[in-house]
Design a protein around this ligand. Sequence first.
Ligand code: APR
Length: 319
Amino acid sequence: MRQRKIGLVGAGNIGGTLAHMIALENWGAVAVVDIAEGVAQGKALDLSQAGSLSGYDSPIRAGNDYSLLEGADAIVVTAGVPRKPGMSRDDLVEVNTKITKQVGENIKKHAPDAFVVMVTNPLDAMVWVMQHVSGLPPHKVVGMAGVLDSARFCHFLSEALGVSHQDIQTMVMGGHGDTMVPLVRYTTVSGVPLPQCISEGMITEKQVDAIIERTRKGGAEIVALLGSGSAFYAPAVSALSMVKSYLFDEKRLLPCAAWLQGDYGIKDIYAGVPVIIGKEGVEKIVSLELNEQEKKQFDQSVTAVKDITAAAKKILAGL
Ligand code: APR
């Protein structure tokens, strides 16, 4: 039987964490590509040596050559430059558009049948660049943002409510930036809608508002604390859940940056919406009914996504 293969482009903090988690899951072969000399190779060797202790035999191949991706079933792209304290994700557009172009051309060449999860920021624009350059079908190219933002929202609520993460379901739509839209009406605690938790005094509206604000700035808070680099554990687990749903046809309903073709009244742009991921990639975009305020916030977020995508298009055209 053919062995499953997962490609990772970028062997930095997120890529290295992903390689470790995928090896621990024993999903198959892992191929790690990075332009930095020795980084991918060093991490692969280190991870391979952990195999005897952790009980995995997954071959972990690494190098600077994109041909390592040949025949990959799924690829997670984290190649790029992370934020420095005080920077917004959008400040990365120029450098990361160039990198994503190079990566996209190589995915087209070596793994045109892969399911590609983009992680590189500014996410919504970089996923557009990846799809455009690689020419892969839009349902096979998706961006990781909403899963992470929803996990952050969930964690802060869990702390404030004193309730296990497991019992909280959240939904964050829109772009992966300060305009993202954490949806209070679609957040539940073991089936109890969050607005009802507020009316029953389990949490105050003021607390929820502060949590929404903290979620929106969740990435920047970690960038400021780390001093160098950006968040990587939760981003890696988020991307992993998307890859898993594809590889194992789990049909998970996850908020992801997906190609919109009239959904939510929006066309020809990647933005964060709930989707079902299965063996075909993005198998369905789920249309939630949004009230006036939610729709307004979502449209504002999409406007921000359009602006940054337009900037990436312009940079790409000049390359
Ligand atoms: N091809 C392959 N790898 C590349 C390329 C390229 N063209 N350009 C850069 N890289 C590699 C770097 O050498 C580095 O090892 O990408 C890796 C990025 O790793 P980190 O700097 O540790 O960044 P990380 O925290 O993993 O985040 C990566 O995801 O969340 C976003 O904003 C973040 O855009 C950033 C990306």
